[in-house]
Write a protein that binds this ligand. Sequence first.
Ligand SMILES: [Cu+2]
Length: 169
Amino acid sequence: MTTTKRSSLFLVAGLTAAVFGHGAMAAATTVSVSLWDNGMMALDALGTMPGMGMNMPDADMGMATMGITTDMATVPAGEITFTATNDSEATIHEMLISPVPADGGMLPYDQAAYRVEEESAMSLGEVSELEPGDTGALTITLDPGQYVLYCNVPGHYEMGMWTLITVTE
Ligand SMILES: [Cu+2]
C-alpha cells in the first residue's frame, strides 16, 4: 500500500516537471530585428510621394528607403523578446509594436508630425532611439493576433519603416 502511494507521487512530480519544462522553452522566443536605411538621402522624398506606412493608400513598398526586417514573421504566443539593432550608418532609429487594428486598416497617423499616434495605436512597448550600431531589447507577452513593428522617428514610418508579425496559439 505504502509503495503504491509513493509511486503515484513520483509520477505526479514527473508530470509537473514536464509541463514547466515546456513553458520555459516557449518563453525563450527571441526575434532579431534589423532597423535599416539607404543612407543620408533616405528621407528626401518624404511628403513628395504616397506614404508607405501600413495600408496607406497607393503605397508602393518598392520605393521604401527605410525598413524593418525580422528573422521570423510568425512566433508562438507568450513571452517574446525583440532584439533590435540599428543597422544604419548615420540615423537614429527605434522600434515600437502595436496591434494591427481590428478593421485591418491603417494605424492612427498624425500627417503634420509625420508620426504614428502611439497612444491611439495602443503601443505595447518600444526600444527607443538607438544610435547607429546600437542594440536594445524589448520583452513582452503577446496574445495570438497580428502586430506591426514600426519606427516612429518623424517620417520614418511613412518612408517604409514597418513590418508585420503574426503571433499564433
Ligand atoms: Cu527609423
